[in-house]
Each structure stands twice: as structure tokens, then as C-alpha cells.
Design a protein around this ligand. Structure first.
Ligand SMILES: Cc1cc2nc3c(=O)[nH]c(=O)nc-3n(C[C@H](O)[C@H](O)[C@H](O)COP(=O)(O)OP(=O)(O)OC[C@H]3O[C@@H](n4cnc5c(N)ncnc54)[C@H](O)[C@@H]3O)c2cc1C
Length: 814
């Protein structure tokens, strides 16, 4: 065999072994031995020159040496720890509490660059219990049937007395309260589906019901309340006698909620004719949902103890207490007007309100723990209420827009036949599918005991953003029908509501820029938090030991990810592990690839920018987008499995995953384009995109297939809008649209006959109403056909019509 081939063989074999060891994350000791043996074989039989061979032996020697822990610790880890301690800013207690909230789940796997798919795939498919199903089919359907959004929003500016009573009677406010206190004790999945259904019908009702089942007194009491507080409040909250609200936001502190100046001073005063130690509260809060009608106010304030009446500290920090709104000094009742969606929301203030210490949630021991309570509860709650509201809007928009564009004709064709409309319809359907997937998979994980803080932030941001895109598209495909407000407009108000979900529970720009990656990078990264904790460890010996362990594991992990990212990019991940061997296998493999690429980019971003990365929001937000995209894509795949791999849904799966993966690719590309260290950026580009950017967005053929799934009655269409309120009744536009769609499908042959007759010049008019008259005169259709097509015409005309008002009605001039 020619010598050059033999030499090449040894070189390739050597490279292959090194990459193999790194790719599979073989432990340090074993990989050192393998690499040393390979070095011996290569330098003995290969054709490397002296300098090259010596370099390899030096690397092998260094590898073997770092296995000797005492030498490694004293010579490498100790000096690095000293530098690291100087570099890393000290974490504030609020930052630490935010980081410690919740736990790490599938997000940690995606962050690792080598996801163990079992973690996701072993999660059972979420299901509804018999009680939950009965509630959704019973009271929830009934409540939807009682709602008239125009009456609520335009005429009354509130829910009617009857609706308030119904909501309380059927315990809509008590979905998360345990049964032993009289609540419904629903799973997170059921809670999410109830909100989805309500949101498909009325944003006022979904907001009203959503808040007490999200972050509020009920949730806080269950987790941190004393037994007495639970006994005192939870039964009342469950029965609806008590209406809760939670007041954190104040004029000076919105996104930076920890900056509130609302205060509580520990002092002595009279309470029930007795002098007690209590808290004198002063607050000025705004934007508080349910505050105008609340009976109990969850209040966040900063607790001070200047006279040291309860301990040695002067300041305790943010504390949460429950204040009955009839306590002297409490002001409430005035209302804000959020975006034409008049759910009860308003300011509240308190002046020198004196309350006992046991009004603190959890009692005196929980003084100063308010921030921790809030971030812990939010770490789960953010995955439910707002994402489900967006999904409800998405399900309704998909159902309505599919039918509407089929029954609305222009240029003699249903507008759904036009490619421009198909593109918008595909986005509506695809994003609705992605939202459904993310919510059902994540709420299912919560029900299995996970508290996924980073996925919750991902869902809060991305579902509400997808909801906004869907609402925009639904407006566009409906044209003037969606613009003209009135009882017949079923689209405009959910479009108006989108900024509300964008703003609350962590405004979206902040969530994307600071929380998803900012929190995720430290929280989900397998080693960063361990390194930070080791650096802050007071026991120097223990700190060094932990730092050394984390650091070398981190280095091994970074090398492994570099190798994985390169190999997976070159091979387009074709040989990587997938939990399924079906048509969706390639998507799992692409996620493997982007997980490794993301891990590499994150590590090098942190290495090159350190603490600065947090301030470089444009960069960190893009990394957060990559993590979000692969998280969302993986939930789509899991949802498809959970629903029994329905092949009709494959276009939706493909559109959703492709859109997310394309987004991941483009965001990584933009991240590299903007990385300040250009040499590093070039190196990373060679590693991550050695074959360029190969992922393309959904093709036109796919776009059309997805659009066609919602413009005709089908199982896919029903599954996509499974939890929307679609019942056929006179007040429900979704039910009526479906009825019209079915009728027009049934009359398709008659319409085809009329079209043909028009083409042949037998009838002249292009307007269906006149065509029917002409066809009747000419005996073109039989009586039954005439009745059928007349019915379609009448139903469609009703649905296409819009409202008009007299001068007096309009603008409430009378
Ligand atoms: C309808 C509605 C209901 C609400 N209900 C409640 C309630 O029940 N209880 C309660 O306590 N609060 C409630 N809120 C308050 C809500 O949580 C706050 O509005 C929210 O936290 C944002 O504060 P802000 O409106 O003052 O905006 P600001 O904090 O002024 O923010 C303005 C913009 O700046 C961005 N921003 C701020 N900081 C950063 C940063 N570091 N990086 C990037 N961008 C940043 C934000 O994302 C936002 O886009 C409600 C608000 C609304 C609108």
C-alpha cells in the first residue's frame, strides 16, 4: 500500500479517536488513557514530524497530569479560582432567590448539548380527570354560552351580576385550591385548558378567572401560609365569598418590582383595644387586577424594624401580607381601563394602615421572604395563565379564520384560495399548534412535579408573542369585518387584548432580554451555578474542591460540545440518537445539533464577555431565542407523540418544527455576526456552520398544506381547536362559522353547477343571491338544491355582515 495512504490512515484514525472520545463525553481518566495510547500508535506508525509528535506528547502528558488531583488543584484550579473570584460580581439576594426558584428539567438537557431524550419522552401524556372533564363540558361550556362580549365590554363595562355569581358558585376562582378547603384542586393541565376555553370566548372572563388561579393570595397561602391563615382564607376564596388580588406594581416600580418603596414599619399600636406589635403600612399601587372589587389584598412591601421590636435587623426586605380591604385606611374601587377589555383592574393605596404581624403570609418567620415567595410561584404560574390565554385566542383564530376565508368570496373564489391568505392561515394554524404543544407538554411536566422556571419564562414570552402574531393575521384575513366593532365582531377584541398578556407577569422585552437566557444560562448550565457557588463558599478548602470539580467537568463539557457541534453540523446530525425511528426522526436529530451548537455559543459568550453578557441584551436575547426555539420544537414533537402520532397532523408538526429550527439557525447566525470578539466569532462560525446555513423555512407547498388543514372540516382542524368554545348556539360565532362551513361543503356541487352555468353564459350575475334567482327561473336547480343553497347564502350573509349604528347610539351621544 502506498506510504501516503498509510500515513493518512493513521492521521485520520487519530483524529477520529480524539473526536469520538470528546463526542461521547468519555470521562477524564479513560479519555486520557485512550488519547495517550492513540498518541503512542500515531507517533510510532504515522508520519508526523518531530515538532508535531512532540506537541501531541505534551498534550497527552498534560492530560495525564490533570488526573492527579492534588497537582491539578494547587497548580491550575487555585490560581484560576482567585482570578474568577475577582471577575465575578457578587450575587444580590434577589438575584439568588430568582435563580433558586423552580428547578431544571428538560431545559437543562437542551442546555447540555447532549440531550437525554428519555427525560422528555418518559413524561406521561397529560390527561383530564373525570371531574375536570365534567367541569370543562359543564360549567365551563355554560359560562361561555352566557357571555356576550359586546355587552360586557361596550355596554356594561363589566361582567353582569349573573355571571359574577355563576363564576363564584362554580368555583372558577378555586381551580388551584385543594379540595379539603373547598376548592377544585385541578391539575395544571386542566387549569390551562379551562383558561384556554374561556380565552377563546372572552378576554374579560379569562383575565378575571386567570388571576386568582395564578399568582395571588390563594397560591401564596397554599405554599407559605400558616395553617390558621389557610383555614381562615382558603374556604372563602374557594366559595367566592372572598375576592383576591395581588398588589406588587407601583408607579415607581414596574419591571424592577424589587425597587418598590411601599413600606411597612414594625411598631406598637392598638388592635381590638389592646396594644400589640404590628405593622404600619403605606402603599400606592397601580394596575392591580381585581383590586376594585377585592375583599382581600395580597400586598408586597418593604418591611423595616427601626426599633428592633422583632429582631436585630433594621431592614427585612420585601414581605407579603394579606390585608382585608375593609381595614381602615385601605383605598380601592377606582378602575383603570385596560385596552378596551374592561376586566376589573385598578389602583389601590393605603395610608397608615395598622395590621397585626400575623397578617404576614406565613407569619412573622416569613418577614422579608416575599420576593422568594413571588419568584417561586411565578416560576410555575407563568407557564399557565398567560400562555393558555394566548392559546385560547390562537385556537379561536384558527377555527374562525379557516372557516371565514372559505365562506368569504372575492374575485369569484373563496379568499382561502389565494396564496397570500394561505400564508397567513398557515402561520395562524402553525403557531396555534406550537402554543398548544408547549402548554400541554409543560403543564403536564408541572403535574408530574417539575417546577420549570426557564420553560415558564419561555412560554410566557413566546406564547404571548405567537398569540400576537396570530391575532394580527386573523385581523388581516378578516379584512373590514374584523375592523368594524360591534356585536358581530368576534376578532377585534382579542386583537386589542394582546398587549395585556405581553405586559403582565414580566413584560416581554425584559423577559426575553434578561430572564430567558440571563436566568437560564446560570440556572440550566450544568456547571456555571456550581462554579459561582464554589467561588462564594466561605470554607476555602471546600470552595477550591468544588470549583476544581466543576471547572474540569466544565472544560471537558466544552471540548465535547465543540466536537459534537462540528460533527453534527458536518453530518447534518444524520447519525445522532433519536428517541423515535419514524418520519419525525430527523427533527429530533436537528434539535441534537442545535443543542450542541447553542451550548458552544453560550459557553464562549460567557467566557469572552463574562458578567458583561448580562448587559449585552441584544446578544443574550438571541441566545435565549435559540434555547426557546429548540425547547418549543421539542414540545411540538412530544405533543405529536402524546396525541398518538396522527399522520394528518404531520404538516402542522413539520411547519412548527421547521419554523422554530429556522429561527434557531438565524438567531445563532445573527449572534455570531454581532459577537464583539471577531476572531472567536470566526472560529465559532467554522464550528457551528461549517456547511453554511442549511435550514430553510417552511416551503410554499408545506404552507399550502397547513392552510388547507383549517379551511375544510377535518379531524386536524378539530384537534387544533379542541379546547376552544365551538358549540353551535345563536350567540357563538365559532359555532356558526363551523355550521356555515359544513353547509357550504355540503352545497359545493350546487355551487359548482352555478359557476359552470355562469361560465357557459347561462346565468349572468357573479353574486350568489342573484345567481340563485336566475337558476330558479331557468330551472337549473331542483327545489331541494335551491333550498340548500339559499340556506348557505343566508347563513354566510349573516356571518359576513357587520354592525352599524345610528348617530345617537354611536359614541353614546344620547
Ligand atoms: C392589565 C394589567 C394587569 C396587571 N395586573 C397586575 C396585578 O394584578 N398585580 C401587580 O402587581 N401588577 C400588575 N400589573 C403590572 C405589570 O406586572 C407591570 O405592568 C409590568 O411588570 C411592567 O411594568 P410597567 O408597566 O411599569 O413597565 P416598565 O417597567 O416601565 O417597562 C417598560 C418597558 O421597558 C422594558 N424593560 C424594563 N426593564 C428592562 C430591562 N432591564 N431590559 C429590557 N427591557 C426592559 C419592559 O419590558 C417594557 O417593555 C398589571 C399590568 C397590566 C397592564
Amino acid at each position: 500500500m502506498p506510504e501516503i495512504i498509510v500515513d493518512l490512515f493513521w492521521l485520520l484514525a487519530f483524529i477520529f479517536i480524539v473526536l469520538f472520545v470528546a463526542y461521547h463525553r468519555i470521562n477524564l481518566m479513560v479519555s486520557s488513557l485512550i488519547i495517550t495510547t492513540s498518541t503512542y500508535l500515531y507517533t510510532s506508525f504515522g508520519d508526523g514530524n518531530f515538532i508535531w509528535n512532540m506537541t501531541l506528547w505534551l498534550i497527552a502528558g498534560a492530560l495525564l497530569t490533570i488526573n492527579i488531583v492534588p497537582i491539578r488543584r494547587s497548580r491550575i484550579s487555585k490560581p484560576l479560582l482567585d482570578i474568577y473570584r475577582k471577575m465575578v460580581p457578587k450575587m444580590s439576594s434577589t438575584e439568588r432567590e430568582a435563580l433558586e426558584a423552580g428547578n431544571v428539567w428538560w431545559d437543562g438537557e437542551l442546555f447540555s448539548g447532549m440531550p437525554n431524550w428519555d427525560v422528555l419522552m418518559s413524561m406521561p401524556s397529560p390527561t383530564l380527570s373525570a371531574d375536570e372533564k365534567t367541569f370543562l363540558d359543564g360549567p365551563c361550556e355554560e359560562l361561555c354560552s352566557m357571555l356576550d362580549d359586546w355587552e360586557i365590554s361596550h355596554v356594561n363595562g363589566d361582567l353582569s351580576e349573573e355571571i359574577w355569581k355563576f363564576i363564584k358558585k362554580h368555583k372558577f376562582f378555586a381551580m388551584i385550591i385543594p379540595k379539603k378547603y373547598g376548592g377544585l384542586e385541578f391539575s395544571s393541565y386542566a387549569n390551562a385548558m379551562v383558561i384556554t376555553k374561556l380565552a377563546s370566548r372572552s378576554a374579560v372572563v379569562s383575565s378575571t378567572v386567570g388571576v386568582p388561579n395564578s399568582l395571588g393570595p390563594g397560591e401564596l397561602l397554599m405554599h407559605y401560609g400558616t395553617e390558621e391563615q389557610k383555614e381562615h382564607y382558603l374556604p372563602g376564596l374557594a366559595s367566592g365569598e372572598e375576592i383576591p388580588c395581588f398588589a406588587l406594581t407601583s408607579p415607581e416600580a414596574g419591571s424592577d418590582a424589587s425597587a418598590i418603596i411601599d413600606s411597612g414599619i414594625i411598631c406598637k399600636d392598638q388592635w381590638n383595644n389592646e396594644e400589640i406589635i404590628g405593622i404600619r403600612l403605606n402603599w400606592d399601587k397601580r394596575y392591580i387586577t381585581l383590586a376594585p372589587v377585592a375583599t382581600v389584598l395580597g400586598l408586597a412591601f418593604k418591611l423595616h424594624d427601626p426599633d428592633h421590636l422583632i429582631g436585630d435587623a433594621d431592614e427585612y426586605g420585601i414581605t407579603a401580607a394579606l390585608i382585608p380591604t375593609n381595614t381602615p385606611g385601605v383605598s380601592f374601587g377606582r378602575r383603570h381601563y385596560p385596552m378596551n377589555i374592561p376586566f376589573q383592574n385598578g389602583p389601590t393605596s393605603g395610608q397608615d394602615v395598622f395590621v397585626p404581624l400575623d397578617y404576614i403570609i406565613g407569619g412573622k418567620d416569613m418577614a422579608g421572604k416575599g420576593w422568594k415567595m413571588l419568584v417561586e410561584c411565578l416560576s410555575v404560574g407563568r407557564a399557565i395563565t398567560l400562555p393558555s390565554s394566548a392559546a385560547g385566542g390562537g385556537q379561536a383564530a384558527a377555527y374562525a379564520s379557516g372557516a371565514y376565508t372559505q365562506i368569504r368570496k372575492q374575485f369569484n373564489l373563496p379568499i382561502s384560495e389565494f396564496d397570500g391568505i394561505k400564508e397567513a392561515l398557515a402561520r395562524i394554524a402553525g403557531y396555534a399548534y406550537t402554543m398548544n404543544s408547549a402548554i400541554s407538554v409543560t403543564s403536564g411536566a408541572i403535574d408530574e412535579g417539575e417546577k420549570p422556571a426557564v420553560p415558564s419564562a419561555i412560554l410566557k414570552y413566546h406564547c404571548t408573542e405567537m398569540g400576537r402574531k396570530v391575532a394580527n393575521d386573523a385581523m388581516d384575513v378578516h379584512g373590514g369585518k374584523a375592523v368594524m366593532m360591534g356585536p358581530k365582531n368576534y376578532i377585534g377584541r382579542s386583537f386589542m387584548a394582546t398587549p395585556i398578556a405581553i405586559t403582565v407577569e414580566g413584560a416581554n422585552i425584559l423577559t426575553r432580554s434578561l430572564i430567558i437566557f440571563g436566568q437560564g444560562a446560570v440556572r440550566c448550565h450544568p456547571f456555571v451555578l456550581k462554579e459561582l457557588e464554589a467561588a462564594e463558599e466561605k470554607d476555602q478548602k471546600k470552595g477550591l474542591k468544588n470549583f476544581d470539580k466543576a471547572l474540569f467537568a466544565h472544560i471537558g463539557y466544552a471540548i465535547s460540545n465543540l466536537s459534537r457541534s462540528l460533527i453534527l453540523a458536518i453530518t447534518q446530525a444524520k447519525y445522532s440518537k433519536s428517541p423515535v425511528n419514524t418520519i419525525t426522526k430527523r427533527y429530533y436529530q436537528h434539535i441534537n445539533r442545535y443543542s450542541a451548537a447553542f451550548a458552544v455559543a453560550s459557553d464562549f459568550a460567557m467566557l469572552s464577555l463574562g458578567g458583561e453578557l448580562k448587559k449585552k441584551e441584544l446578544l443574550s436575547a438571541r441566545l435565549g431565542d435559540v434555547l426557546s426555539s429548540i425547547y418549543l420544537a421539542s414540545t411540538v414533537l412530544k405533543h405529536y407523540e402524546n396525541q398518538g402520532c396522527k399522520s394528518e397532523d404531520l404538516p402542522l408538526v413539520e411547519w412548527s418544527v421547521r419554523t422554530q429550527m429556522y429561527e434557531a439557525q438565524e438567531k445563532l447566525h445573527n449572534f455570531l455576526n454581532n459577537m464583539p470578539n471577531r476572531i472567536l466569532a470566526f472560529f465559532l462560525r467554522c464550528n457551528i456552520f461549517p456547511r453554511g446555513r442549511s435550514y430553510s423555512p417552511p416551503s410554499d407547498i408545506l404552507t399550502k398544506k397547513v392552510a388547507s388543514l383549517i379551511t375544510a372540516t377535518s379531524k386536524s382542524r378539530d384537534r387544533l381547536s379542541e379546547f376552544a368554545y365551538t358549540t353551535l348556539e345563536p350567540g357563538n360565532p365559532l359555532g356558526l362559522l363551523q355550521e356555515a362551513l359544513l353547509l357550504s361543503e355540503d352545497a359545493a356541487l350546487i355551487e359548482a353547477k352555478l359557476n359552470q352555468a355562469r361560465k357557459d353564459g347561462i346565468i349572468q350575475s357573479s353574486y350568489l343571491g342573484h345567481q340563485i334567482e336566475e337558476a330558479k327561473k331557468q330551472g337549473l336547480l331542483n327545489t331541494q338544491e335551491i333550498e340548500k343553497i339559499k340556506l348557505v347564502h343566508q347563513k354566510v350573509s349573516d356571518l359576513l355582515s357587520v354592525d352599524d349604528f345610528s348617530q345617537n347610539e354611536f359614541g353614546k351621544k344620547q
